[in-house]
Design a protein around this ligand. Structure first.
Ligand code: GKR
Ligand code: MG
Length: 425
């Protein structure tokens, strides 16, 4: 098998005004879709967060991959290794490294190709399913009223439930409970995560307590302030949430600070910010910075790297969960295959998908049933990309004028002078 063409398409997908520690989501979230075509006419697909730097790196990498065999991933890794430039994660809630994204996009598309060529689902090449259905978590955000791009229009008098709640403001505990009720009713999620780091810590603690009152102790709850609290703030907030939170995600910045909070509280700490690469693993062991690591194939460099992380978690007694950013159905399918193949990924997986639902580029979007997605059994990732929808999301990218995610600039449009502070409270 040989790679004969690689197509890289930046797209923009409508995204509501969601608040987070770094500011505000723009009306469109950027993704890059990659299609690798083999000489025998098969297409393999991948999807990663979009930015101009990532697109340029992917373009550059693509030139060196034509003619290679998608089954020879070690050779492809070697080529990418030789091209990669040093880069850093940065202080934002999301990972800004370019080359982990490039590796991930290419590896996922190669797995889609390999699996299609033998008529098996990707999960079978990853060791086979440890579970047939992957459970996901409700992902709540404080938000301003409205919804991004085309999501903001088209609500008629028949619209109801989640599709109306997605437009509503959620700026206090009552708003968060209403959002949770609508999302859980629509998708059947059995676990809830609240994105924090937005308001005074007590408002966020009160939101979690309000969720507990509304859903009862059977509903696991998570809070993620994206590392903008000080150690004393995180401990004071955490004391009120002992026995309430399933896990406390990145309350503070850095492995040593995470370890200090972990020692003071009887709540498991989780991270997608302090232990985010293989180079961080010795520090994780030395500090005991977290009990749970959120994997993410976009950030760890693909499926195989994520399964290596799973092995680390198993050996070093870490639980494993999965992180997300605003995304489309190619990523959702990849997340589902990977989560199914990692036996120790026992937590409900994060997904922003309900915020984009209805605007996907798949012919048949994947569906949450009772909070879970059935692992596709069709060959490859088990999805078919609708090329007309891909073209229209690309047109939207060209029209929207955004070339990278910058939540600070977006927030300044609403609150002039607002700046992102890596530690705020
Ligand atoms: O979408 O605003 C967001 C989140 O804050 C996201 O960027 C984070 O990467 O989901 C994320 C997290 O768990 O930290
Ligand atoms: Mg997080």
């Amino acid at each position: 098998m040989r790679i004969s063409e690689i197509h890289i398409t930046p797209v923009a997908v409508p995204d509501p005004p969601l608040l987070n520690a770094a500011g505000l989501h723009a009306p469109y979230a950027l993704r890059i879709v990659i299609e690798i075509v083999s000489a025998d006419g098969l297409s393999g697909w991948g999807e990663i967060p979009g930015s101009e730097a990532t697109r340029a790196a992917l373009d550059h990498a693509a030139e060196h991959l034509i003619g290679l065999d998608p089954w020879r991933l070690n050779a492809i890794d070697g080529v990418l290794e030789s091209l990669a430039k040093p880069d850093e994660r940065g202080a934002t809630p999301w990972d800004q490294r370019t080359w982990v994204h490039v590796r991930s996009a290419i590896e996922v598309a190669c797995f889609d190709l390999m699996a299609k060529s033998v008529g098996r689902p990707v999960v079978d090449l990853l060791g086979g399913p440890a579970r047939e259905r992957v459970p996901f978590a409700a992902y709540l955000f404080y938000k301003y009223e409205g919804a991004g791009g085309e999501l903001a229009v088209g609500l008629d008098e028949t619209a109801a439930g989640w599709f109306v709640a997605r437009q509503a403001a959620a700026l206090d505990p009552e708003g968060i409970v209403a959002q949770a009720e609508a999302m859980v009713a629509q998708y059947g999620f059995k676990s809830i995560k609240l994105k924090g780091g937005v308001f005074e810590p007590q408002v966020e603690v009160d939101s979690i307590l309000a969720l507990r009152d509304s859903f009862g102790p059977e509903m696991p709850l998570r809070l993620d302030p994206n590392a903008i609290w000080r150690v004393d703030t995180a401990i004071a907030a955490g004391k009120q949430l002992e026995g309430v939170l399933e896990y406390y995600e990145d309350p503070v910045r850095g492995q040593a600070n995470m370890a200090a909070v972990a020692r003071a509280l009887d709540i498991p700490l989780a991270t997608n910010m302090c232990t985010t690469s293989f180079a961080d693993l010795p520090g994780s062991v030395a500090h005991q910075s977290e009990a749970i690591i959120l994997s993410d194939h976009h950030f760890w460099g693909g499926f195989r790297a994520s399964l290596d992380l799973a092995r680390f978690c198993a050996v070093f007694g870490r639980g494993m969960s999965m992180h997300s950013n605003s995304h489309l159905g190619i990523s959702l399918a990849a997340m589902t295959h990977l989560a199914a193949a990692a036996p120790n990924l026992t937590y409900e997986v994060d997904s922003h998908y309900p915020w984009q639902d209805g605007h996907d580029l798949l012919v048949e979007p994947l569906h949450f049933e009772d909070g879970a997605i059935a692992v596709p059994r069709n060959p490859g990732l088990g999805i078919e990309v609708d090329r007309a929808k891909l073209a229209s999301l690309h047109k939207q990218y060209l029209a929207c004028g955004l070339t990278e995610r910058n939540d600070e600039i977006e927030m300044q449009k609403v609150q002039p002078g607002w700046t992102f502070q890596p530690t705020r409270w």
